[in-house]
Design a protein around this ligand. Structure first.
Ligand SMILES: *Cc1c(COP(=O)(O)O)cnc(C)c1O
Length: 397
């Protein structure tokens, strides 16, 4: 099938709820993908970070192939060895606690909300505070938690009991807390909000506020987790542990899986009958995620993410020196943003034409979430395209 007939099928048969790039990608390897016309791209934004250790990583491919022949799915009314192993691995990489498995970030957030509400209701509390400019997903609870009115307004009424406060503003948060507050949900580094990094002092004060008021502190690490920032989880840069943490995107290396980990006593709040997910934690999904953790460790990808992240930021700062419309370069590890005053949409679409995939977030930030295994030469290739595109746009303007 040619590209046009593939796109035509979408016009007729697929709901128009995405704005799609006019490209059909059919193959990927490492940090590169190829489209149906044979054109090659360097991908520094592999599926919102989902293809976290590169396309077609041999360890992930082998783990999935081997498992698919043994057993794809078993429901959660049976034990499964891989799910237990994955829960242990996640706990060892984050903090002592127990996991719940699901299939997406939104589902992980729903789980955290239900857990917090059940615990809260036992103590006559049910309000949840989240951050402005946050993003937590598209299901009703996750959408309501998302502190951006544009995501909610056409779907009202939303879930009751949510309040929003400015991100990284402790005064605003502490004055919003009442005796009814049961949970605070924060992305330590906001992704969709435009790579906004919480300060250390802020998260430490939030931790203390939650301890003093018996509030469940939930970190949404769906985008920042599983190695993205050069630590397994972003909270590890802050020396502040959450009570409950969500993860998804990066976890399965491309295979759909989401998870929640909760420390004691919140680890035992959800009991039989309270919560479930038919596909959650299948042997196949867990095999993929275990292979991702193994590859990250064996191939020193945390170090690589930290080092390549610094390199990428340094190169972007070099571009910024010639272009005052670039306001700021910021990020942690390989979660990097370049805030611009203008040209953002054009930068991303012209880079695509020239064979570089990146993203534009929050209407102001050019965003990069490269593979944790990205190589310096691959970044150099991408940066060269970006530099040309920016020079061209500025000289045309
Ligand atoms: C993407 C994202 C979600 C939602 O994940 P889905 O898998 O799309 O449901 C939730 N939280 C954060 C921080 C995200 O970046």
């Amino acid at each position: 099938m040619n590209t046009k007939s593939i796109i035509d099928a979408f016009t007729q048969y697929v709901m128009p709820n995405y704005s799609r790039l006019p490209v059909v990608i059919i193959r990927g390897s490492g940090s590169r993908v190829w489209d149906s016309d044979g054109k090659e791209y360097i991908d520094l934004f592999p599926g919102w970070g989902v293809s976290s250790i590169g396309y077609g990583h041999p360890k992930v491919v082998k783990a999935i192939k081997d498992q698919v022949e043994k057993l794809i799915h078993m429901p959660n009314n049976f034990y499964n060895e891989l799910q237990g192993n994955l829960a242990k691995t996640i706990s060892e990489k984050s903090f002592p606690g127990k996991c719940f498995f699901c299939n997406s970030g939104a589902e992980a957030i729903e789980t955290a909300i239900k857990l917090a509400r059940k615990y809260g209701n036992e103590h006559a509390k049910n309000e949840i505070i989240t951050m402005e400019n946050s993003f937590h997903g598209r299901t009703f609870g996750a959408m309501t938690a998302t502190g951006q009115p544009k995501y909610r307004k056409e779907f009202e009424p939303v879930v009751p009991g949510f309040k929003y406060v400015p991100f990284d503003d402790f005064e605003a948060l502490s004055s919003a807390v009442t005796s009814k507050t049961c949970a605070i949900i924060i992305e330590p580094i906001q992704g969709e909000g435009g790579i906004n990094i919480a300060s250390r002092e802020y998260l430490q004060k939030v931790r203390q506020l939650c301890d003093e008021n018996d509030i469940v502190l939930v970190f949404d690490e769906v985008q920042s987790g599983c190695g993205r920032t050069g630590q397994y989880f972003a909270f590890q840069h802050y020396a502040v542990k959450p009570d409950v943490m969500t993860m998804a995107k990066t976890l399965g290396g491309g295979f759909p899986i989401g998870a929640v980990i909760a420390r004691s006593p919140w680890s035992d709040v959800l009991q039989p009958g309270n919560h479930a997910s038919t596909f959650g934690g299948s042997p196949l999904a867990c095999a993929a995620a275990l292979a991702v953790f193994e590859a990250i460790d064996e191939e020193n990808m945390l170090e690589n993410a930290a080092e390549m992240g610094e390199y990428l930021k340094g190169q972007l700062v070099e571009i910024q020196k010639n272009h005052p419309f670039i306001r700021e370069v910021r990020g942690v590890g390989l979660m990097v943003g370049m805030e611009v005053e203008k040209h953002g949409d054009d930068i991303v679409s012209k880079c695509l034409e020239k064979g570089l995939i990146i993203n534009f977030a929050a209407g102001k930030v050019v965003r990069f979430l490269p593979s944790l295994a990205v190589k310096r030469e691959e970044l150099d290739e991408g940066i060269a395209i970006l530099r040309n595109v920016i020079d061209e746009l500025v000289s045309e303007a």
